[in-house]
Design a protein around this ligand. Structure first.
Ligand code: DOR
Ligand code: ZN
Length: 346
């Protein structure tokens, strides 16, 4: 709901959820968790720890560590995921789903991104798992990039859709699939044209930057993530998808903190830490697109509907009140560090 003035000063919406976060573990978890909790009621927690979350007991233990790290009085539900490997047992997946420990399975193609070394080497090796997911109604969350070194890094999502995702959806049309952090016109087009079982998350940063941001006046490690930002036409396609009102697209920040030393390095890690200002950045994008009236659906409705979960009943307010993103959060440099943001979550 948005107030009816031409330039609203407040936005009120159902409390949103983040359908894709990296909360990490240990000290980093304690450092970054409050930023997510402040904005979101629930979050889909990525399982790419070292070692990855591949068993029900690892997921339960991780969920306990997250709960233990919550700020006092916080109302936040971590939704756990299972890291798929070539060797994972479909019965273990079904057991964790039935017990309510994890709500989705994450497909990382092996070596596609951070901590994906134990990921799936070839989708044909997990056919039994995919069939099981389809049968029990458990969503498959996909890091949609091929790892073929012959494929240009900026084409890896589009090629993944052609070689892997489209055939998978044809083979198992009932399988619920989320194309995570979609970055291309091709990705958006695939999701829009696919059946109702296919959806996508869109990050705040991919709505804001194109690939020029990686090279603006020099190499910008804090703008580097995977899938990497693409050309401007792709950013515009993402903006249309996010703000266009389709229920297939919803909020997933992919906030992914790394210590600054690991990013400002000869081989910098992929990941952008957007949690300090994520909701406010999305609000800016919806305002710029003249689509504030569709903000709540993207942030708070489409995700739970896809996952078959209840909508949050409490509300949050964003006020037009400029503030600056902190220069650092512990060892991490956030996205838009030191820059002014027009909307503030109150
Ligand atoms: O940029 C990324 N960072 N992309 C991913 O897929 C993983 C994430 C991370 O864990 O740092
Ligand atoms: Zn991610």
């Amino acid at each position: 709901m948005v107030s009816e003035t031409l330039t609203p000063t407040e936005i009120s919406l159902r409390r949103p959820d983040d359908w894709h976060v990296h909360l990490r573990d240990g000290d980093m978890l304690r450092e970054v968790l409050p930023w997510t909790v402040r904005q979101f009621a629930r979050a889909i927690v990525m399982p790419n720890l070292v070692p990855p979350v591949t068993t029900v007991s690892l997921a339960e233990a991780y969920r306990e560590r997250i709960r233990a790290a919550l700020p006092p009085g916080a109302d936040f539900t971590p939704l756990m995921t299972c890291y798929l490997t070539d060797a994972i047992d479909p019965d273990e997946i079904e057991r964790g789903y039935g017990a309510g420990v994890w709500v989705a399975a994450k497909l990382y193609p092996a070596r596609a991104t951070t901590n994906s070394a134990f990921g799936v080497t070839d989708i044909r090796r997990i056919e039994r798992i995919l069939e099981r997911l389809a049968r029990i109604g458990m969503p498959l969350l996909v890091h949609g990039e091929v790892t073929d070194p012959e494929v240009d890094v900026f084409d890896r999502e589009a090629v993944f859709i052609e070689r892997v995702l489209a055939p998978l959806h044809r083979r198992l049309p009932e399988l619920k699939i989320v194309l995570e952090h979609v970055t291309t016109e091709e990705g958006v087009g695939f999701v829009a044209a696919a059946g109702p079982s296919v959806a996508a998350t869109i990050t705040a940063h991919h709505l804001l930057i194109n690939r020029n941001a990686l090279f603006a006046g020099g190499l910008r490690p804090h703008m580097y993530c995977l899938p990497v930002a693409k050309r401007e036409k792709h950013r515009l396609a993402l903006r249309r998808a996010a703000t266009g009102g389709s229920p297939k697209f919803f909020l997933g920040t992919d906030t992914a903190p790394h210590p600054s030393a690991d990013k400002e390095s000869a081989c910098g890690c992929a990941g952008i830490f957007t949690a300090p200002a994520a909701l406010e950045i999305y609000a800016r994008v919806f305002e710029e697109e003249g689509a504030l009236g569709r903000f709540e659906a993207f942030a708070s409705v489409n995700g739970p509907r896809f996952y078959g979960m209840p909508l949050n009943e409490t509300r949050v307010t964003l006020r037009r009140e400029p503030w600056r993103v902190p220069e650092r959060v512990g060892s991490v440099v956030p996205f838009l560090a030191g820059e002014e943001i027009a909307w503030r979550l109150v």
